[in-house]
Design a protein around this ligand. Sequence first.
Ligand code: BJW
Length: 242
Amino acid sequence: MEAAKSPSIVVLTGAGISKESGLSTFRDKDGIWAKVALEDVATPEGFQRDPKRVHAFYNDRRRGLLAADICPNAAHVALVELEDRWPGEVLIVTQNIDNLHERAGSKNVIHMHGELLKARCGACGSVFDCNFDLALELPCLACMRAGGLRPHVVWFGEMPFEMDRIYAGLDACGLFLSIGTSGNVYPAAGFVQEVRGRGSTQTIELNIEPSEGRSFFEEQRYGPATEIVPAYVKELLKKASA
Ligand code: BJW
């Protein structure tokens, strides 16, 4: 990579980047989908069928995220350094609903699948901070109607957030990094093909093991995120300053 060009970078992150912080992934052997059926907890139909169950699922995960021992790890921190020191723009597009990128210090972050620490009212559409358990009987803080609150997350069949901003970032980027995602869920899984189609974007996968989309990447590095992400960022910044 030539320093003079300072291409903008899009970093797509998935559950694997937060694994070493103590949060579960979805599709690993011990992952979330090995314990609960995604149709029950991560679809609008599941929520309609049994909102109490879905609230309990996200309440548990919210309490887990707020636990004192859950903090950003070296991979989140390395991405902050990249954003601070890279001469071009760095956009983090995360599929994760945790807040570990922000807690590490990243500023340019899009949560395409929503945020666990936010709730949304189905009646008036208001979105607000939520660090407490949600329940059916709770009234919305804005319209005061009860029964409409849901986690501000994107379930299967729903449109991910900020897609226009994401596609604009993908269109403009010279480097696309994919970190800790299995490449099973669209549209995120298709981003690498979007940027490859343009011909001028370098693509690299950083994961603990080859993902579904491994063959779409020009370069791959495998290992725990806390090791390979800081090492790769160091390399990038060294090239940029050479
Ligand atoms: C490590 C590590 C370590 C472990 N270090 N690595 C074709 C085209 C378009 C859409 C579709 C399509 N076919 C089907 C669809 C629809 C559907 C879909 O993709 N279904 C698939 C099952 C096929 N998609 C949707 O419905 C989406 N909406 C949509 O498509 O709208 C229409 C649209 C079309 C086109 C453009 C725009 C819009 C919505 C998807 C919503 C996903 N929601 C969830 C739940 C969010 C809330 C919550 O957290 O509960 O999002 S599901 C779950 O999967 C969560 C994750 O963000 C997402 C991705 O998972 P991720 O992050 O990849 O985790 P894992 O566990 O799969 O992988 C972790 C990886 O880390 C593994 O590889 C490990 O090896 C690795 N790892 N430890 C580094 N230490």
